[in-house]
Design a protein around this ligand. Structure first.
Ligand code: SAM
Length: 230
């Protein structure tokens, strides 16, 4: 049984029929996508020996070695240019996802779709996409086991510039505002309160004053967005 989080990532792969899952761990996502007939071929990339071995074992035990290639290496270095139509990167922090993409840009020509699931700081992923010619075509936010997860699907070819608010909240998520979205931003608001309390105990400096102003601005955005009736 695949997690709802990874099922959501899988649901965005179509219409691509080949994909690479970078940081695949047990290769659950490639196995699922092949078994469901979403794709015909997949590559599972993994940099750490333990998870790489787990991925190989999982693929072999499901009898999928003819469809899924498990490769060891960091980020996009496991790929040849033009090998896959889609790349998925899930379960990592937003800044790590962005740096994997930035370090592997020479592997991106020919890739039509990126499906990214940052565990934290999704804004850094959106901002990388926006600056590098990728358009966010769909997004999802879901709650699973008390955690909130965002999934971002992007297609290549865009000069669109997202606003700061769209980067922060997600251009599609901000329009839809489902239950998980509201929950996420209520939690974020509380988290900012906590940080602001810590900062008010800290010694005043130009740095803390700037940080406070920035956080209060974020809280104002959250209030505006959550209270607006879309
Ligand atoms: N993608 C799976 C998921 O969403 O359930 C696994 C997520 S797991 C938390 C992150 C995996 O990414 C780990 O197995 C880790 O070894 C791998 N990883 C981290 N940095 C990587 C990199 N630069 N290249 C390839 N794999 C990486």
């Amino acid at each position: 049984q695949l997690s709802e989080r990874l099922e959501t990532v899988a649901s965005f792969i179509h219409p691509a029929v080949t994909f690479a899952d970078i940081g695949s761990d047990h290769a659950y996502l490639p196995c699922y996508a092949v078994k469901k007939g979403i794709v015909t071929r997949a590559i599972a990339g993994e940099v750490v020996e333990g998870p790489f071995q787990s991925a190989k074992r999982q693929v072999a035990s499901e009898g999928l070695s003819g469809h899924i290639d498990v490769r060891k290496g960091s980020g996009l270095e496991v790929l040849e240019p033009g090998e896959v139509e889609c790349i998925t990167i899930a379960g990592m922090g937003g800044p790590l996802i962005s740096s994997i993409l930035a370090d592997g840009v020479e592997k991106l020509p020919g890739v039509k779709k990126l499906v990214l699931q940052p565990n934290i700081a999704a804004h850094s992923v959106r901002s990388w996409l926006d600056e590098n010619g990728w358009a966010i075509e769909d997004e999802a936010i879901l709650e699973e086991d008390g955690q909130l997860y965002e999934v971002i699907s992007a297609v290549y070819g865009s000069n669109r510039k997202l606003t700061e608010k769209e980067i922060y909240f997600g251009p599609i998520l901000i329009k839809r505002q489902n239950h998980a979205f509201r929950l996420k931003w209520q939690r974020e608001f509380e988290q900012i309160n906590y940080v602001l309390r810590q900062l008010s105990d800290a010694r005043d400096s130009e740095g803390t004053a700037r940080k406070k102003k920035e956080l209060m601005q974020k809280q104002q955005w959250i209030k505006d967005v959550i209270n607006s009736e879309n």
